[in-house]
Design a protein around this ligand. Structure first.
Ligand code: CTP
Length: 404
């Protein structure tokens, strides 16, 4: 079976010289079984004609919201919702910037804004435009966006006569990236994972609790990445203020305390392929919860006796079967590698994700994280500081490799 059999791909073309290569890309996509719908910006018609594009794609090509002669409406919403992937190639500096800031002054941009489908962005421009901080900033904005892949421009001779970074990758390379994308998307079909996320709260009295500053961002990003690759996900989350994921294959279980989190994890763990413990679990809870609000009057101080909570990761580590994979996190301040390795062993994890509070941009609350993965053989893999969504991709890639 061709590798893109039945896949609906929207190819968006903006106005750069590399547009002349897009008919080859369309041919390759169709050869692999894809159905291609082309949208081009009005300016790109200077580089490649609608006639050429409609001939190779075997479909009408759209570039305006409606036909001048007949008034026929090209619904951007219809186009946006009826595709499995949108590929914008070439993406000029101008289109890149408008995509980054949500402008929609042509059909291609309106479709981009309206599509729930993943997007592959293929920037191509002259070297100085590519290296300009504004362009690099826009590339970063789009790379950090969920379900976006930005391909790196290649080095070489440019249309201006200059040499440097800015060339669009060849159609064969873009095709490989598209095939890889769909392979990745389905790599966890039929698997089920549990993800714990956010903080747990332990009640002191009806209005007070012991908690921590965990935002839930890392755990949610992992749940979304697993779901993107086709897995069924049980996301067991403490109280957070970020939006819950909306993918239909993520079931959100909202809990408050560590014991409640353990109950949900215990229920789903035996039938799962594994668990990622990204929650910041409260290690201790008040021995007893006071039934009415504690009053300030007549008290110079207050002592609350705490007892130890169960260790969810360790409990699952005890009952896990050979094929199940468990992944833990360690947020450390001192002796980071040693402490993380100890946790890896004591909780019987397959690997542990270490983030150090000493690293700027890592840990609680931030949008970014910097991690080191340590596995059972004490192999350490260090990653750069990245957006938590990209960190989630690295963690899930590691997990997928273990499943092979
Ligand atoms: N964890 C858990 N249940 C707990 C405590 C921790 O499931 N009661 C999980 C966390 O989700 C994380 C890993 O165990 O994946 C390590 O958490 P961490 O708080 O760093 O470790 P602790 O064992 O609590 O050790 P300490 O707080 O003393 O460093």
């Amino acid at each position: 079976m061709p590798s893109l059999d039945g896949k609906k791909i929207l190819v968006g073309i903006s106005g750069g010289i590399a547009a002349y290569k897009i008919p080859s890309l369309i041919r390759l996509l169709i050869k692999e079984g894809a159905e291609v719908q082309v949208i081009q910006t009005p300016y790109s018609k200077n580089f490649i004609t609608p006639l050429t594009l409609s001939t190779v794609s075997q479909k009408p090509v759209y570039s305006d919201f409606f036909e001048q002669n007949t008034g026929d409406w090209h619904s951007h919403i219809g186009l946006a919702r009826n595709c499995d992937l949108m590929v914008i190639a070439p993406t000029t500096a101008n289109t890149l910037s408008k995509m980054a800031y949500g402008q929609a002054d042509n059909l291609l941009l309106a479709v981009y804004l309206a599509t729930p489908a993943p997007v592959i962005v293929v920037p191509a421009m002259d070297v100085d435009m590519y290296n300009h901080p504004a362009t690099q900033n826009n590339i970063k904005i789009l790379s950090d966006r969920q379900n976006h892949i930005v391909l790196e421009a290649e080095e070489g001779e440019l249309a201006s006569g200059l040499t440097g970074k800015g060339r669009m990758p060849e159609p064969e390379t873009i095709l490989q990236e598209i095939i890889l994308f769909f392979q990745k998307k389905n790599s966890l079909n039929g698997k089920t994972f549990i993800v714990t996320a956010g903080p747990t709260y332990e009640k002191i009295d009806p209005v007070r609790f012991i908690g921590n500053f965990s935002s839930g961002k890392m755990g949610f990003a992992i749940a979304e990445e697993l779901a993107f690759r086709g897995a069924e996900v049980h996301l067991v989350s403490g109280h957070v203020s970020i939006p819950y994921p909306i993918q239909s294959n993520i079931t959100v279980h909202k809990i408050m305390s560590t014991v409640e989190m353990l109950d949900v994890v215990r229920k789903h763990f035996p039938e799962s392929d594994g668990a990622i413990f990204a929650a910041a679990v409260a290690d201790f809870r008040p021995v007893s919860t006071i039934g009415s609000k504690i009053k300030r009057e007549n008290k110079a101080s207050l002592e609350i006796k705490l007892e130890k909570n169960p260790d969810i990761a360790a409990e699952m580590g005890k009952i896990k079967k050979d094929k199940q994979i468990t992944v833990g996190f360690a947020l450390e301040m001192n002796n980071e590698l040693l402490n993380a390795s100890k946790k890896l062993i004591s909780k019987n994890l397959n690997f542990i994700v270490l983030n150090s509070l000493k690293d700027k941009g890592a840990g609680f609350g931030t949008d970014t994280n910097k991690i080191t993965i340590i596995d059972k053989n004490n192999k350490k893999t260090v990653f750069e500081l990245k957006h938590k969504r990209k960190v989630a991709e690295d963690i899930v890639n590691y997990l997928v490799d273990l499943l092979k």
